[in-house]
Design a protein around this ligand. Structure first.
Ligand code: SF4
Length: 140
């Protein structure tokens, strides 16, 4: 999991701490790649907390991590499991440009269950179905 250990959201079902995150650690990408190399992984999944505080939602850190993993683990396949990036098509396109082998995103649920699991104090920036449609279109 990249981009620190504090999330800017507070989903009720999640154990990740909520708070003001630190700026992205420029060395984090190298450490992730070195860990993957040390473990001799042939499939690497990169995910993150949600970073509503960053203009690109952390897209640049995703791309740099993909690149570092590719450099140290050339045979590994790389999947990214990304947050909703606040609905930013530009951020999503940036991650797509990093050419992960698999681009994944947790599918939002329907309206009846939103209030039970949505971040405390706010709902998702886009209705789930809307974001997921955008997502599918950009990633085709
Ligand atoms: S956005 Fe993701 S990491 Fe953050 S609290 Fe919700 S489920 Fe947890």
């Amino acid at each position: 999991m990249i981009l620190g250990d504090r999330c800017t959201r507070a989903c009720r079902f999640c154990a990740v701490a909520t708070g003001r995150p630190e700026p992205p650690d420029p060395d984090e990408t190298r450490r992730v790649a070195q860990t993957a190399q040390r473990l001799n992984l042939n499939y690497v999944v990169i995910t993150s907390v949600t970073r509503d505080d960053l203009a690109d939602g952390g897209a640049d850190q995703f791309c740099r991590t993909i690149s570092e993993v590719r450099s140290l683990c050339p045979k590994a396949r790389v999947e990214v499991l990304i947050p909703d990036l606040n609905g930013s098509m530009r951020a999503l396109q940036k991650i797509c440009n990093g050419r992960p082998d698999m681009l994944n995103h947790n599918v939002e649920h329907g309206a009846p269950s939103v209030s039970a699991s949505a971040p405390r104090g706010r709902l998702s920036p886009l209705p789930g179905g809307c974001w997921n449609l955008h997502f599918a279109r950009v990633c085709r």
